[in-house]
Write a protein that binds this ligand. Structure first.
Ligand code: SAM
Length: 489
């Protein structure tokens, strides 16, 4: 039997006892207007000057080097925290907070922050984008227990061609999260009812920040965005359908299959060439999705052809305790959804037949797409439907400004030497992908997005090499296509 999650409002006991004094948490803040000062060290390659900011002096910093290290005193402008803070931070969770804006206020400036113990490791560089206005940027890190205590440092490093202005650098110890603390917050909010606006604002800000964090983009909203078009496509056929998430990724590996199942699918099979990146995080992401379904059923119960009661009852079939404990497969043991690490080329036929097969940003990574689609055809039920979103952009352009969407079409066959595996593409163009579907005997319809292609600059077009030059320019300019394919019934 699946364990049924208890959804109870926390019991809040009114008390006449005097409120406990707030606990002072260790904190260290640097008064930057006193620069230069002992606590701040600046590597030779970096230029620092004190300039007037709004109502206070700020530090303008430029000239960071790409290979600066986040370890030791860090290769950025390094601020040594007080010895008292270093001791307090040992074994604790800390929050590093800087107030920064771009020095050139016409464009955003990228910069990095790190917390280094000079002893038991460092947080690694945390990448941030500063805009025209001063803004607080922060991250949290669990500091390991101190061994020798050689000094702790906050490093700040502008990207090579960027300049930033720093108004504040502070570090604080983050209080451990406790149920008691949660209750205290809830009671104080109930007591000062007017404060709900504050809570609402902080909640919205927190969600926005979390959504911008790569560790969170695979959260409930992302799953809903992926699954909604599938439910629209399937209509009443979703109820009782067997679904296949092709190349489900390595983060929230059961997310899409779960939301389809909760909305009426009979079951789901999700596979990816790679093992999940972090099983515990996948379990947590699934827990978040189920919690969102319980709290906001109007948003996650999408299929009007499947009853709300049945949706809710399916949510409760998951083992929430196991998921919270980071055990993904146990958490989903009572529901007919499955995940495996496998290649698309060797999917066992007994996993099918599938009524709905879908993928997002996967088919462009499959070198022998023709054979893979023949395999998927064999696994598709007669009349079964496919929806695949294919991204034709050179993925290197997502992380590195030296590349554009078409860079790999200007290079020879050795373009992928040294390119991370996840970014290697088969470089097929939209009509070739369509031909692979037809060749595998699917009836296929391709819908480019946006309907009007992105114009390619002339100098990029002139640099395109064979065999890509043979394609019409409009096809080269098409960067995202959704393929709807069916296996004739
Ligand atoms: C860009 S990710 C997309 C992941 C996911 N669909 C999403 O939307 O977040 C591409 C995925 O395709 C997977 N992949 C690449 N080659 C594959 C293969 N031969 N068989 C199965 N999965 C593959 C990769 O491991 C990777 O997780």
């Amino acid at each position: 039997m699946a364990s049924v999650p208890e959804i109870k409002t926390p019991e809040i006991v009114a008390s006449d006892a005097p409120a406990e004094p707030p606990i002072e948490l260790p904190r260290f803040q640097l008064a930057l207007d006193q620069f230069p000062m002992q606590r701040v060290e600046v590597p030779k390659s970096i230029k620092v000057e004190v300039v007037s900011g709004p109502g206070r002096k700020v530090l303008r910093v430029s000239g960071g080097s790409l290979d600066a290290s986040p370890s030791g005193k860090t290769g950025g402008v390094s601020v040594r925290v007080s010895d008292a803070f270093e001791r307090a931070a040992s074994g604790a969770r800390i929050r590093v907070q800087v107030v920064v804006r771009a020095a050139d206020r016409m464009r955003e400036s990228e910069f990095l922050i790190a917390y280094s113990t000079c002893d038991v490791g460092n947080s690694g560089w945390q990448r941030m984008w500063a805009g025209a206005e001063f803004e607080t940027f922060s991250f949290e890190w669990d500091v390991p227990e101190m061994l020798h205590g050689n000094g702790d440092f906050v490093g700040i490093l502008p990207e090579q061609d960027s300049a930033i202005e720093i108004a504040e650098v502070a570090v604080s110890v983050v209080p451990p999260i406790s149920i008691a603390a949660d209750h205290a917050i809830i009671s104080s909010i109930q007591e000062f009812n007017a404060r709900w606006r504050e809570l609402d604002r902080s909640y919205s800000t927190a969600r926005r920040l979390l959504l911008g964090d790569p560790r969170w983009i695979y959260g409930p909203l992302n799953v809903k965005e992926t699954v909604r078009p599938l439910i629209d496509l399937m209509g009443e056929r979703l109820v009782g359908a067997m679904c296949c998430d092709t190349g489900c990724g390595v983060s929230n590996v059961l997310g899409n299959s779960t939301l389809l199942y909760l909305n009426g699918a009979r079951g789901g099979y999700a596979f990816d060439l790679l093992e999940p990146h972090d099983l515990a995080r996948s379990a947590e992401a699934l827990y978040d999705l189920l919690a969102a379904c319980l709290m906001l059923p109007d948003e996650y119960h999408i299929n009007p052809r499947f009853s709300r009661d049945a949706f809710m009852s399916r949510v409760r079939d998951f083992d929430f305790k196991a998921l919270l404990a980071g055990d993904l497969y146990n958490g989903a043991r009572n529901v007919p959804i499955e995940h495996e690490a496998r290649s698309i080329y060797d999917l066992p036929l007994d996993k099918g037949p599938f009524d709905l097969t879908f993928s997002r940003a996967v088919l462009e990574h499959i070198p022998d797409l023709g054979s893979a689609l023949v395999r998927l055809f064999a696994l598709t039920a007669p009349g079964g439907v496919h929806r695949h979103v294919v991204d034709f952009v050179d993925h290197r352009s997502y992380t590195s400004p030296q590349f554009n969407a078409w860079s790999f079409l200007t290079q020879g066959d050795d373009w992928a030497v040294g390119v991370p595996n996840a970014d290697v593409s088969n470089r097929l163009r939209p009509s070739e992908v369509e031909a692979c579907f037809s060749g595998a005997r699917f009836a296929v319809k391709a819908s480019p997005w946006p309907p009007e292609p992105a114009p390619m600059p002339d100098e990029v077009y002139d640099a395109i090499v064979e065999p890509f030059r043979k394609f019409p320019r409009a096809e080269l300019e098409t960067l995202l296509v959704t393929y709807l394919a069916t296996k004739p019934g």
